[in-house]
Design a protein around this ligand. Structure first.
Ligand code: NDP
Length: 226
């Protein structure tokens, strides 16, 4: 029986790459985008169901949850994220820029996971949050993009609270670092291409099914320090 994955933020970059990987392995892929009218690359993939979602909007999340009612997910992959005002020192960013960054990268992904949890719990599945090595409090500082790193550290922190709230659940939760990848966000200097990163992450996700627990790891499965 084929497995089902919901990928949040799949219009381009790593989310689109993940959709390509899972669809090529015969998974049923449900992919969210902000604007389905501009999802041509996703539409070109066989059997991908496209759903609209603005991650920051609670009403949009509620509408998605209603449309997905009754669907059982093996994997929920929360990929969407933003870089924020990376051209500025952390203390020069505006209150609005900082609020937007932390809301989109840290709060909204966990809020979505809380809302869609029943769909994954029925399958004892896997929830993946797209983190970053820059979110490691131990190794991230000094690597650049301090505000972005702090937003991913906040995501890791909220993810651990989310996991603590699961109690005795048999769900598996991953906080994933994709590597530094050539995308709109990663830029052209990045050493990895989308195919290599997403192939590695797909392997890690499939390996994690049924394992339980919460791990912070990279696309090759190497554990990262919190
Ligand atoms: P891109 O900028 O290429 O793509 C970002 C994706 O997130 C797009 O699909 C975008 O949709 C979506 N998105 C952003 N904000 C929202 C929102 N509010 N609601 C819905 N969708 C949203 O980034 P990458 O593919 O490089 O990054 C994907 C994830 O990986 C991010 O979480 C990023 O932080 C993380 N990451 C990336 C690294 C890299 O080197 N590339 C390294 C470490 C982590 P739209 O097209 O509508 O804007």
């Amino acid at each position: 029986m084929s497995r089902t994955i919901l990928i949040v933020g799949a219009s381009r970059g790593l989310g689109l790459g993940l959709a390509r990987q899972f669809s090529s392995q015969g998974w049923q892929v449900i992919a969210t985008v902000r604007d389905p009218a501009r999802a041509d690359a996703l539409k070109a993939l066989a059997g991908v169901r496209i759903e609209a979602l603005e991650l920051d909007d609670a009403d949009s999340l509620e509408r998605l949850a209603q449309r997905l009612a009754g669907t059982q997910l093996d994997v929920l992959y929360v990929n969407a994220g933003i870089a924020g005002p990376q051209d500025k020192p952390a203390t020069a960013a505006s209150q609005m820029e900082v609020g937007q960054l932390f809301f989109t990268n840290a709060v909204a992904p966990v809020r979505l996971a809380e809302r869609l949890l029943p769909l994954v719990e029925q399958k004892q599945g896997v929830i993946v949050f797209m983190s970053s090595i820059l979110g490691s409090v131990e190794t991230g500082p000094g690597m650049g993009m301090p505000l972005y790193g702090a937003s991913k550290a906040a995501l890791n922190h909220l993810t651990r609270s989310f996991v603590a709230g699961l109690g005795e659940s048999t769900l598996t939760v991953l906080s994933m670092h994709p590597g530094w990848v050539k995308t709109d966000m990663g830029g052209s200097e990045a050493p990895l291409d989308v195919e290599t990163s997403t192939r590695g992450m797909t392997e890690q996700v499939i390996r994690a099914i049924g394992q339980g627990g919460h791990r912070y790891l990279d696309f090759q499965g190497n554990p990262l320090p919190w």
